[in-house]
Ligand binder design. Structure first.
Ligand code: FAD
Length: 573
């Protein structure tokens, strides 16, 4: 496409038009489309280098793959044979992410049991050798080297393992709350001058008719909750919309074929508690590797990887996918069948496009597409990647764009500067004693907010009713709900749940969504009826996500409770 052929879809922009945020200025250096980990990571990096940034997210921050991943800041042991570069960069970036957000990462030691059989001894030797190679990368992410285990070791470490086992190995990985990682990147970007617009969908990007370098592009976006429009002029555009990237390319007017991804759907099943001390690898019926993972205060079964052709805004697990995972994990750890499933979640990987390969074999590498070659100077797309290497991906983009397009030579600092709350992480037990809350509430609060937990508790100390526990399962204090609405851009009960895990535990929001809706409505000066509506929508969504993982008896019981709660919330609105 020739220079200047990017379509000008808009009437001439209104001079000096005020922004929805009331800032008065409608010009930024970089407009980023997409509030997943790649968009928020890039926003932070650009903002730290002193560039003016606006970030638009069509849904909530982390709504896409970033908030629905397996939450591993790992090296990807299975990529080692095909893409050692991906393993190396992910391990290296994992080390940096541990340094900038120590409170948010937690260790997940894994076991890989091998079943007895004619070739078991050889298989064990090969696995042992493979993990010896992986050990070389472990120091990059502060991981322990693997251990070779005999059947007695395995039985001692995880008595729930069954079957005739030939032995196995242990290896070390790190988990993270992907939503919080996105939110912290967005917050830091804001604290360095960026504007972030969640629930605001970019509807068009057109070449400015001003012909002025400083406002080359006009971005028009609409707030999907209240319908207000936002218009911004930007010198550069970044398409960081993951699996949506080709759709966004269409809005920008660059060829969709240049940002082709192979969308891969993955689902997870959540069990109501930690049922194992280790993550456990298993094989699904088709030989794919799947796992059971202790993750925060629950257990998670994951994950599938299937080509996806459906609606990216409506990605749900099906009961067939749930059965596939349960069957595969139960083969080595049958008590997953006895545990209570409390939910499912699903996301779509924005994997780099390749034809003719099995989903599992696709590269997890990332790529920056410079659309200058498509006649759209200073327009870039971020394609592919992993949560575990997001920081490096953002750095690569900013290292390219900041000096070349803006003459800014400030070096990257995202690997050394702590994310908000990580500057000083308080001791949870001391925090509990100082503020009179339970140690478990303090531990969860400090996990999510690091040093900012003290800010939340200081406020609550002045209004003691805010120390009430709103969500018992997690637990989440009323003060934290208010905090994420005020300080972290949460606007609905779903948004609060994403940031705090309120309602994502065993009760599925039945006990806390209504109160949360009330608090969100108060904070946002909305009517109580709006608060109830938000709560109802949240409970509905949770119910639907859970339904596919329930047995018939549990489903019947839930239907009754659900109808009752739904009717009472509906009646009172
Ligand atoms: C099931 C699963 C498991 C995974 N497990 C891991 C793991 O354990 N470790 C790991 O490192 N990686 C993992 N990944 C990969 C990782 O999650 C993704 O590579 C990464 O999150 C992609 O981030 P992103 O920002 O590019 O995309 P996304 O997180 O999908 O963000 C794109 C955003 O763009 C927004 N958007 C779309 N259109 C518009 C528009 N017009 N205007 C404004 N906003 C728009 C969307 O709402 C969305 O929030 C997993 C992925 C999946 C699906």
């Amino acid at each position: 496409m020739a220079e200047g052929s990017v379509p000008s879809l808009l009437p001439p922009p209104v001079a000096g038009m005020a922004l929805a945020d009331g800032s008065g200025s409608d010009e930024v250096d970089v407009a980023i489309v997409g509030g997943g980990i790649n968009g928020t990571g890039a926003a932070r990096d650009f903002a730290l280098r002193g560039l003016r940034v606006a970030l638009f997210e069509r849904n909530d921050l982390a709504f896409g793959a970033s908030g629905n991943s397996s939450g591993m800041i790992h090296g990807g042991v299975r990529y080692l044979s095909r893409s050692p570069h991906v393993t190396e960069t992910s391990c290296r970036d994992s080390g940096y992410i541990q340094r900038i957000a120590p409170h948010l990462l937690f260790r997940i030691p894994f076991l890989m049991p091998l079943r007895s059989g004619p070739a078991a001894r050889v298989a064990l030797e090969l696995v042992d050798a493979y993990f010896r190679a992986y050990d070389d990368f472990q120091p990059l992410k502060r991981g322990e080297p693997h251990c070779r285990l005999d059947p007695t070791d395995l039985a001692r470490l995880e008595p729930g393992l069954v079957g005739a086992l030939a032995g196995g190995v242990s290896f070390d990985e790190w988990g993270v709350d992907g939503v919080r990682l996105c939110v912290l990147n967005a917050l830091d970007a804001i604290e360095h001058g960026a504007r972030v617009y969640p629930h605001t969908s970019v509807e068009s990007v057109a070449r400015s008719v001003r012909g002025d370098e400083r406002s080359r592009y006009v971005v028009d976006a609409r707030d999907r909750l209240d319908g207000t429009s936002v218009r911004i002029r930007a010198r550069a555009i970044v398409n960081a919309t993951g699996a949506w990237a080709p759709v966004t390319a269409g809005l920008i007017g660059v060829p969709q074929a240049r940002v082709r991804v192979r969308p891969g759907k993955g689902i997870h099943v959540v069990l109501d508690r930690r049922i194992a001390n280790f993550g456990i690898l298993s094989e699904a019926i088709d030989g794919r590797q799947i796992f059971l993972e202790p993750w925060q205060n629950v257990s998670v079964l994951g994950t599938t990887d299937d080509d996806y052709y459906g609606d990216l805004d409506e990605v749900h697990a099906t009961s067939e996918e749930v059965r596939y995972l349960v069957q595969g994990v139960a083969r080595v750890f049958p008590s997953v069948r006895l545990a209570r499933a409390i939910g499912t979640y699903a996301g779509v990987r924005p994997t780099l496009y390749e034809y003719g390969r099995n989903e599992d074999a696709l590269s997890r590498n990332h790529r920056i597409v410079d659309h200058g070659a498509d006649g759209a100077p200073m327009v870039y797309s971020m394609i592919g990647g992993k949560l575990a290497s997001y920081r490096l991906f953002a750095q690569e983009l900013c290292d390219l764009v900041a000096p070349r397009d803006f003459g800014v030579n400030v070096p990257c600092s995202t690997h050394t500067r702590p994310l908000p709350g990580a500057e000083r992480v308080p001791d949870a037990v001391e925090t509990a004693a100082t503020y009179g809350i339970t140690p478990v509430a303090a531990r969860r609060l400090v996990y999510r907010h690091g040093g900012r937990a003290l800010r939340i508790l200081e406020r609550a100390a002045r209004r003691p009713s805010e120390l009430d526990v709103t969500c018992i399962c997690e637990p989440v204090l009323e003060a934290e709900v208010r905090h994420v609405v005020r300080e972290e851009l949460a606007r609905t009960v779903d948004d609060v749940a994403r940031r705090t895990r309120l309602g994502l535990g065993p009760c599925g929001g039945m006990r806390c969504a209504a109160r949360c809706g009330q608090i969100v409505a108060q904070e946002r000066e909305r009517s109580p009826a709006e608060g109830r509506l938000m709560a109802r929508e949240f409970i509905h969504r949770q119910g639907l996500a859970r339904a596919v993982a329930l047995g018939p008896q549990q489903a019947r019981q839930e239907a009754l409770t659900f109808a009752h709660l739904d009717a009472s919330l509906g009646r009172s609105s």
